[in-house]
Design a protein around this ligand. Structure first.
Ligand SMILES: [Cu+2]
Length: 148
């Protein structure tokens, strides 16, 4: 390839990249919408326990049980201003005294019962939903993302 042809190819490549970047920026600007109007959101969750059992040749004696308590789902996304209702069903564990950090909300989920937690997502940010039973606390975290 001669030098002029190589320069022309390089210029063309730069022009194509510039066009793509410009088109992306333009469509992104067009795609922006104003903040969503506050809405009512109901989110169904469960309090669950995962269990596993060690087998032969693993790091613990065969038959050793390992378990972890979790919220399902563990990620919740709402918009600032939304009126949020969490409907939480207790599947495993006798009870789960819990908090939503940053919102001063406390609630307890009991096995076999539905617990309803209602609040307005008035603060943007990421807030943890944590169970405070000592053997659950390490793993029983969910994350509330309030977009605003
Ligand atoms: Cu718990």
């Amino acid at each position: 390839m001669d030098k002029n042809k190589g320069t022309l190819v390089a210029f063309g490549a730069v022009a194509v990249v510039a066009l793509l970047v410009g088109a992306f920026a333009f469509t992104t600007a067009l795609g922006r919408t104003p903040a969503a109007a506050p809405t009512d959101r109901t989110i169904v969750m469960t309090a669950v326990e995962y269990k596993g059992t060690f087998g032969e040749g693993e790091s613990q004696p065969a038959g050793t049980v390992v378990k972890a308590y979790r919220w399902d789902p563990s990620y919740i996304v709402v918009n600032k201003g939304d009126r949020v209702t969490l409907k939480v069903f207790g599947v495993n564990g006798d009870q789960h005294p819990s908090t939503i950090d940053g919102y001063d909300i406390t609630f307890t989920v009991k096995r076999g019962e539905w617990t309803t937690v209602t609040f307005t997502a008035s603060k943007a940010g990421t807030f943890e939903i944590v169970c405070h039973v000592p053997e659950h606390t390490e793993t029983m975290h969910a994350y509330l993302y309030v977009v605003g």
